[in-house]
Design a protein around this ligand. Sequence first.
Ligand SMILES: [Zn+2]
Length: 479
Amino acid sequence: MKILFFLIIISSISFSQEKIMSWRLYYEYENFREPEITHRRVKHNLIESLIKNYAKNPLFTVRELGKSYEGRSIYLMKAGTGKIKVFLWAQMHGDEPTANAALFDIFRLLTQPGEFSALRDTILNNLSLYFIPMLNPDGAERYIRETALGIDMNRDAVQLVTPEAYILMNTFKELRPDFGFNLHDQSIRHAAGFTPRQATISFLAPPFDYIKTMSKNRMRAVQVISQLTDILHQFIPGHIGKYSDDYEPRAFGDTFQGLGASTILVESGGWPDDPEKQSIRKINFITLLSAFSSIATGSYNKYSSAEYDNLPFNKRMLYNIILRNVKLNGAVTDIGIDHEEVNYDNARTFYYRGVVKKTGKLNENIGITEYDLSGYEVKPGKVYDATAENIEAIDKRKLWSEGYLTVKTGNKEILARKFMKTGFNFTGSSALKQTPVNTDSEANFVLVRNGKVDYIILNGFFINLKSDSGDLPNTLILQ
Ligand SMILES: [Zn+2]
Protein backbone atom coordinates (compact mmCIF):
# COMPACT_ATOMS: atom_id res chain seq x y z
CA MET A 1 0.00 0.00 0.00
CA LYS A 2 2.81 2.41 0.95
CA ILE A 3 4.63 1.60 -2.29
CA LEU A 4 1.49 2.28 -4.29
CA PHE A 5 1.09 5.63 -2.58
CA PHE A 6 4.73 6.42 -3.29
CA LEU A 7 4.22 5.60 -6.97
CA ILE A 8 1.21 7.88 -7.14
CA ILE A 9 3.28 10.70 -5.64
CA ILE A 10 6.10 10.10 -8.15
CA SER A 11 3.74 9.97 -11.11
CA SER A 12 1.97 13.11 -9.98
CA ILE A 13 5.23 15.03 -10.33
CA SER A 14 4.86 14.68 -14.09
CA PHE A 15 1.34 16.10 -13.86
CA SER A 16 0.92 19.57 -15.16
CA GLN A 17 0.29 22.30 -12.66
CA GLU A 18 -3.32 22.54 -13.90
CA LYS A 19 -3.90 18.83 -13.27
CA ILE A 20 -2.83 19.07 -9.65
CA MET A 21 -4.81 22.26 -9.20
CA SER A 22 -7.92 20.69 -10.73
CA TRP A 23 -7.99 18.15 -7.90
CA ARG A 24 -7.75 20.92 -5.33
CA LEU A 25 -10.63 22.71 -7.04
CA TYR A 26 -12.57 19.45 -7.05
CA TYR A 27 -12.17 18.95 -3.29
CA GLU A 28 -12.67 22.58 -2.30
CA TYR A 29 -15.57 23.29 -4.64
CA GLU A 30 -18.29 23.45 -1.97
CA ASN A 31 -16.59 26.50 -0.46
CA PHE A 32 -17.29 28.40 -3.66
CA ARG A 33 -20.69 27.14 -4.80
CA GLU A 34 -23.03 30.15 -5.05
CA PRO A 35 -25.69 29.19 -2.51
CA GLU A 36 -28.45 31.29 -4.10
CA ILE A 37 -28.37 29.08 -7.20
CA THR A 38 -29.67 25.64 -6.26
CA HIS A 39 -31.32 24.32 -9.44
CA ARG A 40 -31.51 24.92 -13.18
CA ARG A 41 -34.64 27.06 -13.56
CA VAL A 42 -33.15 30.23 -12.11
CA LYS A 43 -34.65 33.48 -13.39
CA HIS A 44 -33.31 36.88 -14.33
CA ASN A 45 -34.30 38.64 -11.10
CA LEU A 46 -31.98 36.43 -9.04
CA ILE A 47 -29.12 36.69 -11.55
CA GLU A 48 -29.54 40.46 -11.71
CA SER A 49 -29.43 40.82 -7.91
CA LEU A 50 -26.23 38.75 -7.76
CA ILE A 51 -24.66 40.87 -10.52
CA LYS A 52 -25.63 44.09 -8.74
CA ASN A 53 -23.85 42.86 -5.62
CA TYR A 54 -20.69 42.25 -7.64
CA ALA A 55 -21.00 45.75 -9.08
CA LYS A 56 -20.16 47.03 -5.57
CA ASN A 57 -16.99 44.93 -5.48
CA PRO A 58 -13.88 46.77 -6.76
CA LEU A 59 -12.67 43.57 -8.43
CA PHE A 60 -15.46 43.83 -10.99
CA THR A 61 -16.56 46.41 -13.50
CA VAL A 62 -20.21 45.88 -14.39
CA ARG A 63 -21.92 47.52 -17.35
CA GLU A 64 -25.43 47.15 -18.71
CA LEU A 65 -25.09 46.29 -22.40
CA GLY A 66 -28.74 46.68 -23.26
CA LYS A 67 -32.04 44.96 -22.77
CA SER A 68 -33.67 41.78 -23.99
CA TYR A 69 -36.76 42.00 -26.19
CA GLU A 70 -38.94 42.05 -23.07
CA GLY A 71 -36.77 44.63 -21.33
CA ARG A 72 -34.59 42.53 -19.04
CA SER A 73 -31.09 43.96 -18.59
CA ILE A 74 -28.11 42.10 -20.03
CA TYR A 75 -24.81 42.79 -18.28
CA LEU A 76 -21.11 42.59 -19.02
CA MET A 77 -18.89 41.83 -16.03
CA LYS A 78 -15.17 42.44 -16.26
CA ALA A 79 -12.44 41.20 -13.92
CA GLY A 80 -8.66 41.26 -14.32
CA THR A 81 -6.12 43.62 -15.82
CA GLY A 82 -4.12 41.28 -18.05
CA LYS A 83 -3.22 41.70 -21.69
CA ILE A 84 -5.04 38.58 -22.90
CA LYS A 85 -8.75 39.18 -23.38
CA VAL A 86 -11.07 36.26 -22.67
CA PHE A 87 -14.78 36.62 -23.40
CA LEU A 88 -17.42 34.20 -22.07
CA TRP A 89 -21.14 34.27 -22.78
CA ALA A 90 -23.61 31.89 -21.13
CA GLN A 91 -27.22 30.80 -21.58
CA MET A 92 -27.90 32.20 -25.05
CA HIS A 93 -30.38 29.33 -25.06
CA GLY A 94 -32.79 29.95 -22.19
CA ASP A 95 -33.01 26.32 -21.12
CA GLU A 96 -29.21 25.84 -21.00
CA PRO A 97 -28.15 27.27 -17.63
CA THR A 98 -25.47 24.91 -16.27
CA ALA A 99 -22.40 27.00 -17.13
CA ASN A 100 -24.17 30.18 -16.04
CA ALA A 101 -24.40 28.79 -12.50
CA ALA A 102 -20.70 27.85 -12.64
CA LEU A 103 -19.78 31.44 -13.55
CA PHE A 104 -21.22 32.62 -10.24
CA ASP A 105 -19.19 29.95 -8.41
CA ILE A 106 -16.11 31.30 -10.20
CA PHE A 107 -16.98 34.87 -9.17
CA ARG A 108 -16.97 33.70 -5.56
CA LEU A 109 -13.52 32.18 -6.01
CA LEU A 110 -12.23 35.36 -7.62
CA THR A 111 -13.51 37.54 -4.77
CA GLN A 112 -12.80 35.18 -1.82
CA PRO A 113 -10.03 32.93 -3.12
CA GLY A 114 -8.93 31.41 0.19
CA GLU A 115 -6.15 28.94 -0.58
CA PHE A 116 -6.48 29.76 -4.30
CA SER A 117 -5.12 33.30 -4.08
CA ALA A 118 -2.07 32.41 -6.19
CA LEU A 119 -4.35 31.00 -8.88
CA ARG A 120 -6.58 34.06 -8.66
CA ASP A 121 -3.61 36.39 -9.04
CA THR A 122 -2.18 34.45 -11.99
CA ILE A 123 -5.53 34.66 -13.73
CA LEU A 124 -6.31 38.31 -13.00
CA ASN A 125 -2.77 39.60 -13.69
CA ASN A 126 -2.56 37.91 -17.07
CA LEU A 127 -6.13 37.96 -18.32
CA SER A 128 -8.93 40.41 -18.71
CA LEU A 129 -12.04 38.32 -18.26
CA TYR A 130 -15.33 39.50 -19.75
CA PHE A 131 -18.50 37.65 -18.83
CA ILE A 132 -22.06 37.90 -20.11
CA PRO A 133 -24.17 35.77 -17.77
CA MET A 134 -27.68 34.81 -18.92
CA LEU A 135 -27.65 36.26 -22.42
CA ASN A 136 -31.24 35.15 -23.06
CA PRO A 137 -33.21 36.13 -19.93
CA ASP A 138 -36.60 35.98 -21.70
CA GLY A 139 -35.94 32.38 -22.74
CA ALA A 140 -34.76 31.61 -19.21
CA GLU A 141 -38.02 32.98 -17.84
CA ARG A 142 -39.94 30.41 -19.92
CA TYR A 143 -37.14 27.83 -19.75
CA ILE A 144 -37.08 27.48 -23.53
CA ARG A 145 -34.28 27.55 -26.08
CA GLU A 146 -35.45 30.52 -28.14
CA THR A 147 -35.73 34.22 -27.33
CA ALA A 148 -39.07 35.95 -26.71
CA LEU A 149 -39.31 36.39 -30.48
CA GLY A 150 -39.25 32.62 -30.90
CA ILE A 151 -35.84 32.84 -32.60
CA ASP A 152 -32.84 30.59 -31.97
CA MET A 153 -30.19 33.19 -31.22
CA ASN A 154 -27.47 30.84 -32.38
CA ARG A 155 -28.85 31.04 -35.92
CA ASP A 156 -28.98 34.83 -35.77
CA ALA A 157 -25.28 35.73 -35.90
CA VAL A 158 -25.59 37.16 -39.43
CA GLN A 159 -28.96 38.90 -39.53
CA LEU A 160 -28.96 40.03 -35.87
CA VAL A 161 -32.75 40.28 -35.75
CA THR A 162 -32.94 39.66 -32.00
CA PRO A 163 -31.71 42.40 -29.63
CA GLU A 164 -29.76 39.77 -27.68
CA ALA A 165 -27.78 38.62 -30.74
CA TYR A 166 -27.11 42.25 -31.62
CA ILE A 167 -25.73 42.85 -28.12
CA LEU A 168 -23.48 39.80 -28.33
CA MET A 169 -22.06 40.76 -31.73
CA ASN A 170 -21.56 44.39 -30.74
CA THR A 171 -19.77 43.43 -27.56
CA PHE A 172 -17.51 41.03 -29.43
CA LYS A 173 -16.58 43.70 -31.96
CA GLU A 174 -15.87 46.20 -29.22
CA LEU A 175 -13.72 43.80 -27.17
CA ARG A 176 -11.96 41.90 -29.97
CA PRO A 177 -11.14 39.09 -27.53
CA ASP A 178 -8.24 36.66 -27.93
CA PHE A 179 -10.29 33.75 -26.59
CA GLY A 180 -14.04 33.10 -26.58
CA PHE A 181 -16.06 30.60 -24.58
CA ASN A 182 -19.50 29.75 -25.93
CA LEU A 183 -21.31 28.06 -23.04
CA HIS A 184 -24.26 25.76 -23.70
CA ASP A 185 -26.15 22.67 -22.56
CA GLN A 186 -26.84 19.73 -24.84
CA SER A 187 -29.29 16.85 -24.63
CA ILE A 188 -28.63 14.42 -21.78
CA ARG A 189 -29.22 11.73 -24.42
CA HIS A 190 -26.01 12.41 -26.34
CA ALA A 191 -23.43 9.66 -25.87
CA ALA A 192 -19.66 10.07 -26.06
CA GLY A 193 -19.25 7.88 -29.15
CA PHE A 194 -21.10 4.58 -29.50
CA THR A 195 -21.12 3.86 -25.77
CA PRO A 196 -23.70 3.93 -22.99
CA ARG A 197 -21.81 6.83 -21.45
CA GLN A 198 -23.56 10.18 -21.56
CA ALA A 199 -21.48 13.00 -23.05
CA THR A 200 -21.21 14.99 -19.82
CA ILE A 201 -19.06 17.63 -21.47
CA SER A 202 -18.62 18.05 -25.21
CA PHE A 203 -16.10 20.42 -26.71
CA LEU A 204 -15.60 21.92 -30.11
CA ALA A 205 -13.22 24.41 -31.68
CA PRO A 206 -15.84 25.43 -34.26
CA PRO A 207 -14.71 25.70 -37.87
CA PHE A 208 -15.15 28.99 -39.71
CA ASP A 209 -15.50 27.64 -43.25
CA TYR A 210 -16.87 24.57 -45.01
CA ILE A 211 -13.43 23.00 -45.52
CA LYS A 212 -12.68 23.36 -41.78
CA THR A 213 -9.44 25.31 -42.18
CA MET A 214 -7.11 25.07 -39.18
CA SER A 215 -6.06 28.67 -38.62
CA LYS A 216 -3.62 29.75 -35.90
CA ASN A 217 -6.35 30.98 -33.60
CA ARG A 218 -8.47 27.87 -34.11
CA MET A 219 -5.40 25.71 -33.37
CA ARG A 220 -4.97 27.50 -30.04
CA ALA A 221 -8.58 26.62 -29.19
CA VAL A 222 -7.83 23.00 -30.10
CA GLN A 223 -4.76 22.95 -27.83
CA VAL A 224 -6.71 24.37 -24.90
CA ILE A 225 -9.38 21.71 -25.44
CA SER A 226 -6.68 19.02 -25.57
CA GLN A 227 -5.45 20.13 -22.18
CA LEU A 228 -8.97 20.41 -20.73
CA THR A 229 -9.71 16.91 -22.02
CA ASP A 230 -6.59 15.62 -20.32
CA ILE A 231 -7.72 17.26 -17.06
CA LEU A 232 -11.39 16.25 -17.23
CA HIS A 233 -10.70 12.59 -17.99
CA GLN A 234 -9.60 12.40 -14.34
CA PHE A 235 -13.14 13.24 -13.18
CA ILE A 236 -15.48 12.05 -15.96
CA PRO A 237 -13.49 9.36 -17.78
CA GLY A 238 -15.07 8.34 -21.06
CA HIS A 239 -17.80 10.96 -20.71
CA ILE A 240 -16.23 13.64 -22.93
CA GLY A 241 -17.39 14.09 -26.50
CA LYS A 242 -16.84 16.30 -29.49
CA TYR A 243 -19.77 18.30 -30.78
CA SER A 244 -20.65 18.10 -34.48
CA ASP A 245 -18.09 20.12 -36.44
CA ASP A 246 -20.31 20.93 -39.40
CA TYR A 247 -19.82 24.58 -40.30
CA GLU A 248 -22.84 26.74 -39.43
CA PRO A 249 -22.31 30.32 -40.70
CA ARG A 250 -25.30 31.62 -38.70
CA ALA A 251 -23.82 30.41 -35.37
CA PHE A 252 -21.82 32.70 -33.10
CA GLY A 253 -18.97 30.30 -32.30
CA ASP A 254 -18.23 29.70 -35.97
CA THR A 255 -18.50 33.41 -36.71
CA PHE A 256 -16.21 34.51 -33.85
CA GLN A 257 -13.64 31.87 -34.78
CA GLY A 258 -13.65 33.39 -38.27
CA LEU A 259 -13.19 36.87 -36.79
CA GLY A 260 -9.97 35.73 -35.10
CA ALA A 261 -10.88 34.78 -31.52
CA SER A 262 -9.78 31.30 -30.40
CA THR A 263 -13.30 30.08 -29.73
CA ILE A 264 -14.25 27.09 -27.63
CA LEU A 265 -17.71 25.58 -27.43
CA VAL A 266 -18.50 23.89 -24.11
CA GLU A 267 -21.69 21.82 -23.98
CA SER A 268 -22.95 20.43 -20.67
CA GLY A 269 -24.81 17.16 -21.19
CA GLY A 270 -25.97 14.49 -18.77
CA TRP A 271 -24.49 12.64 -15.81
CA PRO A 272 -26.12 9.66 -14.09
CA ASP A 273 -28.54 10.61 -11.27
CA ASP A 274 -27.89 14.33 -11.69
CA PRO A 275 -31.16 15.73 -13.07
CA GLU A 276 -30.42 19.26 -11.84
CA LYS A 277 -26.90 19.02 -13.30
CA GLN A 278 -25.27 20.24 -10.11
CA SER A 279 -22.27 17.91 -10.48
CA ILE A 280 -21.87 19.04 -14.08
CA ARG A 281 -21.93 22.61 -12.79
CA LYS A 282 -18.95 21.66 -10.63
CA ILE A 283 -17.20 20.17 -13.67
CA ASN A 284 -17.81 23.49 -15.50
CA PHE A 285 -16.22 25.33 -12.57
CA ILE A 286 -13.11 23.15 -12.85
CA THR A 287 -13.11 23.35 -16.66
CA LEU A 288 -13.25 27.12 -16.90
CA LEU A 289 -10.77 27.84 -14.09
CA SER A 290 -8.36 25.32 -15.63
CA ALA A 291 -8.81 27.04 -18.97
CA PHE A 292 -8.09 30.45 -17.43
CA SER A 293 -4.95 29.10 -15.78
CA SER A 294 -3.86 27.45 -19.02
CA ILE A 295 -4.34 30.62 -21.05
CA ALA A 296 -2.74 32.81 -18.37
CA THR A 297 0.40 30.66 -18.14
CA GLY A 298 0.44 29.48 -21.76
CA SER A 299 0.58 25.87 -20.60
CA TYR A 300 -1.72 24.80 -23.45
CA ASN A 301 1.30 25.23 -25.71
CA LYS A 302 2.60 21.91 -24.36
CA TYR A 303 -0.39 20.21 -25.98
CA SER A 304 -0.94 19.18 -29.58
CA SER A 305 -4.26 18.41 -31.25
CA ALA A 306 -3.94 14.73 -30.22
CA GLU A 307 -6.42 14.67 -27.33
CA TYR A 308 -8.85 16.81 -29.32
CA ASP A 309 -8.59 14.58 -32.40
CA ASN A 310 -9.17 11.48 -30.27
CA LEU A 311 -12.40 12.75 -28.72
CA PRO A 312 -15.35 10.68 -29.95
CA PHE A 313 -18.11 12.61 -31.67
CA ASN A 314 -21.43 12.93 -29.85
CA LYS A 315 -23.95 10.32 -30.88
CA ARG A 316 -27.63 11.11 -30.48
CA MET A 317 -28.72 7.63 -29.65
CA LEU A 318 -29.47 7.25 -25.95
CA TYR A 319 -32.86 6.60 -24.43
CA ASN A 320 -33.47 6.91 -20.71
CA ILE A 321 -34.56 3.27 -20.69
CA ILE A 322 -34.44 0.46 -23.22
CA LEU A 323 -36.41 -2.71 -22.57
CA ARG A 324 -34.84 -5.49 -24.64
CA ASN A 325 -36.53 -8.54 -26.15
CA VAL A 326 -40.06 -8.01 -24.92
CA LYS A 327 -43.10 -9.40 -26.67
CA LEU A 328 -45.40 -6.65 -27.96
CA ASN A 329 -48.47 -7.46 -30.05
CA GLY A 330 -47.09 -10.93 -30.73
CA ALA A 331 -43.62 -9.87 -31.90
CA VAL A 332 -40.35 -9.77 -29.97
CA THR A 333 -39.01 -6.24 -29.96
CA ASP A 334 -37.22 -3.50 -27.98
CA ILE A 335 -38.86 -0.43 -26.48
CA GLY A 336 -37.08 2.92 -26.01
CA ILE A 337 -38.53 5.16 -23.30
CA ASP A 338 -37.63 8.76 -22.45
CA HIS A 339 -38.43 10.83 -19.40
CA GLU A 340 -39.34 14.17 -20.93
CA GLU A 341 -39.38 17.29 -18.77
CA VAL A 342 -42.49 19.44 -18.94
CA ASN A 343 -42.20 22.99 -17.61
CA TYR A 344 -44.64 23.79 -14.83
CA ASP A 345 -45.62 26.71 -12.59
CA ASN A 346 -44.39 29.40 -15.03
CA ALA A 347 -41.32 27.26 -15.72
CA ARG A 348 -40.17 27.51 -12.12
CA THR A 349 -40.19 23.73 -11.91
CA PHE A 350 -41.08 20.70 -14.04
CA TYR A 351 -42.62 17.28 -14.03
CA TYR A 352 -41.79 14.17 -16.03
CA ARG A 353 -43.80 12.71 -18.86
CA GLY A 354 -42.59 9.19 -19.60
CA VAL A 355 -43.00 8.48 -23.31
CA VAL A 356 -42.60 5.46 -25.58
CA LYS A 357 -40.18 6.95 -28.12
CA LYS A 358 -39.53 3.96 -30.32
CA THR A 359 -40.33 0.30 -30.72
CA GLY A 360 -38.51 -2.22 -32.93
CA LYS A 361 -35.02 -3.68 -32.76
CA LEU A 362 -32.98 -0.80 -31.35
CA ASN A 363 -29.54 -2.11 -32.26
CA GLU A 364 -28.28 1.39 -33.05
CA ASN A 365 -29.37 2.70 -29.67
CA ILE A 366 -28.33 2.26 -26.07
CA GLY A 367 -30.34 2.83 -22.91
CA ILE A 368 -28.87 4.87 -20.07
CA THR A 369 -30.50 2.02 -18.17
CA GLU A 370 -31.30 -1.25 -19.96
CA TYR A 371 -33.35 -4.30 -18.96
CA ASP A 372 -33.27 -7.63 -20.79
CA LEU A 373 -36.84 -8.91 -20.45
CA SER A 374 -36.72 -12.03 -22.63
CA GLY A 375 -39.82 -14.10 -22.03
CA TYR A 376 -41.94 -11.13 -20.90
CA GLU A 377 -44.99 -9.83 -22.67
CA VAL A 378 -46.15 -6.20 -22.67
CA LYS A 379 -49.76 -5.64 -21.61
CA PRO A 380 -51.40 -2.20 -21.54
CA GLY A 381 -51.98 -0.73 -18.09
CA LYS A 382 -55.61 -1.05 -16.96
CA VAL A 383 -57.81 1.68 -15.50
CA TYR A 384 -59.31 0.99 -12.07
CA ASP A 385 -62.65 2.62 -11.39
CA ALA A 386 -62.41 4.20 -7.94
CA THR A 387 -65.10 6.84 -8.35
CA ALA A 388 -66.97 5.43 -5.34
CA GLU A 389 -63.86 4.70 -3.24
CA ASN A 390 -61.53 6.52 -0.90
CA ILE A 391 -58.36 6.89 -2.99
CA GLU A 392 -56.12 7.02 0.09
CA ALA A 393 -57.20 3.53 1.04
CA ILE A 394 -56.20 1.89 -2.25
CA ASP A 395 -53.44 -0.70 -1.90
CA LYS A 396 -51.14 0.26 -4.75
CA ARG A 397 -49.05 -2.91 -4.81
CA LYS A 398 -52.13 -5.08 -4.98
CA LEU A 399 -53.55 -3.09 -7.90
CA TRP A 400 -50.20 -2.98 -9.70
CA SER A 401 -49.92 -6.77 -9.51
CA GLU A 402 -53.38 -6.95 -11.09
CA GLY A 403 -52.21 -4.68 -13.93
CA TYR A 404 -53.90 -1.42 -12.85
CA LEU A 405 -51.70 1.68 -13.30
CA THR A 406 -54.37 4.37 -13.66
CA VAL A 407 -57.25 5.23 -11.35
CA LYS A 408 -60.53 6.73 -12.50
CA THR A 409 -61.77 9.36 -10.11
CA GLY A 410 -64.39 12.09 -9.94
CA ASN A 411 -62.21 14.19 -7.63
CA LYS A 412 -62.13 17.59 -9.36
CA GLU A 413 -59.14 18.82 -7.37
CA ILE A 414 -57.04 15.93 -8.67
CA LEU A 415 -58.33 16.17 -12.23
CA ALA A 416 -57.43 19.88 -12.40
CA ARG A 417 -53.76 19.00 -11.88
CA LYS A 418 -51.14 17.96 -14.43
CA PHE A 419 -49.36 15.39 -12.29
CA MET A 420 -49.47 13.60 -8.94
CA LYS A 421 -46.85 12.21 -6.57
CA THR A 422 -48.61 8.94 -5.91
CA GLY A 423 -48.54 5.41 -7.21
CA PHE A 424 -51.08 5.90 -9.99
CA ASN A 425 -52.00 8.04 -12.93
CA PHE A 426 -55.48 9.51 -12.67
CA THR A 427 -58.20 10.06 -15.22
CA GLY A 428 -61.76 11.34 -15.23
CA SER A 429 -62.56 9.69 -18.52
CA SER A 430 -65.04 6.80 -18.66
CA ALA A 431 -63.83 5.97 -22.18
CA LEU A 432 -60.26 5.17 -21.06
CA LYS A 433 -60.24 1.47 -20.10
CA GLN A 434 -56.54 0.84 -20.69
CA THR A 435 -53.51 2.92 -21.70
CA PRO A 436 -52.19 2.32 -25.25
CA VAL A 437 -48.60 1.26 -25.97
CA ASN A 438 -47.79 3.29 -29.08
CA THR A 439 -44.90 5.47 -30.22
CA ASP A 440 -45.23 8.89 -28.57
CA SER A 441 -47.87 7.72 -26.12
CA GLU A 442 -47.27 7.91 -22.37
CA ALA A 443 -45.43 4.82 -21.17
CA ASN A 444 -47.79 2.94 -18.85
CA PHE A 445 -47.78 -0.83 -19.17
CA VAL A 446 -47.01 -4.04 -17.30
CA LEU A 447 -44.65 -6.92 -18.03
CA VAL A 448 -46.14 -10.35 -17.62
CA ARG A 449 -44.67 -13.85 -17.55
CA ASN A 450 -46.63 -17.01 -16.77
CA GLY A 451 -49.68 -14.87 -16.11
CA LYS A 452 -47.90 -12.88 -13.40
CA VAL A 453 -47.01 -9.16 -13.38
CA ASP A 454 -43.36 -8.89 -12.28
CA TYR A 455 -42.50 -5.41 -13.53
CA ILE A 456 -44.42 -2.28 -14.33
CA ILE A 457 -43.62 0.80 -16.38
CA LEU A 458 -45.44 3.67 -14.70
CA ASN A 459 -45.10 7.06 -16.39
CA GLY A 460 -41.95 5.69 -18.01
CA PHE A 461 -40.32 4.59 -14.75
CA PHE A 462 -39.37 0.94 -14.25
CA ILE A 463 -40.56 -0.74 -11.05
CA ASN A 464 -39.65 -4.26 -10.01
CA LEU A 465 -42.63 -5.31 -7.90
CA LYS A 466 -40.50 -7.69 -5.85
CA SER A 467 -37.64 -5.45 -4.88
CA ASP A 468 -38.29 -1.76 -5.62
CA SER A 469 -39.80 0.73 -3.20
CA GLY A 470 -42.15 1.91 -5.93
CA ASP A 471 -41.38 5.57 -5.33
CA LEU A 472 -41.15 7.61 -8.50
CA PRO A 473 -40.90 11.34 -9.27
CA ASN A 474 -44.47 11.74 -10.51
CA THR A 475 -47.42 10.18 -12.28
CA LEU A 476 -49.75 11.96 -14.68
CA ILE A 477 -53.37 13.04 -15.04
CA LEU A 478 -54.46 11.35 -18.27
CA GLN A 479 -57.25 12.73 -20.46
ZN1 LIG B 1 -27.32 25.83 -26.92
